[in-house]
Design a protein around this ligand. Structure first.
Ligand SMILES: [Zn+2]
Length: 203
């Protein structure tokens, strides 16, 4: 598996050729400021193919996750106002967790367990990302890293609560199964129906 590298290590050169290509993508996929790229997975499969072709044609090389991530980060920002990858990374980005979104893919086509959203504050454009990709590839943006850590902490806490609730529900199911067994096996036995709190079954 590919290790997570910084955006600065992409093979894409931050130049006019890239900007022209990003202009084409914005027209092709009708991307304007405020666009939320999060839920259009089909769009991403096409975009990744386009990126493969761009990198092959421009540099004669195969593209990897780092290239795809970098390209999308540039696409989401006001790319012509910057001179280098470093400036794009250090642009104003925000990061938040995406409740109820589990699994899927990061914008770099990297499989993820937990989905997060990264948004460029200047363009208002956002995208689904994995927290590890942002951690490694946007490493120099310390403000973003602080937001990422807080969002991951919040999400982990929420998942712990959800898990505990699910476990409690399954324990209640066990109690119900035992009580049903008692009722069937010993029809005259006094069954503790009170243990079925919260259910609609009555004695
Ligand atoms: Zn990724």
């Amino acid at each position: 598996m590919e290790s997570l590298t910084e955006i600065r290590e992409t093979k894409i050169i931050y130049d006019e050729l890239l900007f022209d290509y990003l202009d084409i993508l914005k027209t092709k996929y009708k991307l304007t400021n405020g666009h939320n790229c999060s839920h259009t997975e089909r769009f991403f499969y096409q975009l990744w193919e386009d990126t493969d072709t761009f990198i092959q044609n421009t540099y004669g090389l195969k593209s990897n996750h780092a290239d795809k991530f970098s390209l999308i980060v540039a696409l989401l920002s006001d790319y012509r106002s910057f001179d280098k990858w470093e400036d794009v990374i250090n642009d104003d980005w925000t990061f938040y967790d995406f409740p109820n979104a589990h699994g899927g893919r990061c914008c770099c086509n990297h499989r993820i367990h937990n989905a997060y959203v990264m948004k460029n504050t200047n363009t208002g454009m956002s995208v689904i990302v994995g927290s590890e990709c942002v951690k490694s590839r946007m490493i120099t943006n310390t403000a973003l890293q602080t937001k990422r850590e807080a969002a991951v902490k919040r999400a982990n806490k929420r998942r712990r609560v959800e898990k505990a609730e699910a476990e409690e529900m399954s324990q209640q199911d066990d109690v119900m199964r035992v009580t049903l067994f008692e009722a069937m096996s010993y029809p005259h036995a006094k069954v503790n129906w009170g243990r079925w709190r919260g259910t609609e079954i009555t004695a």
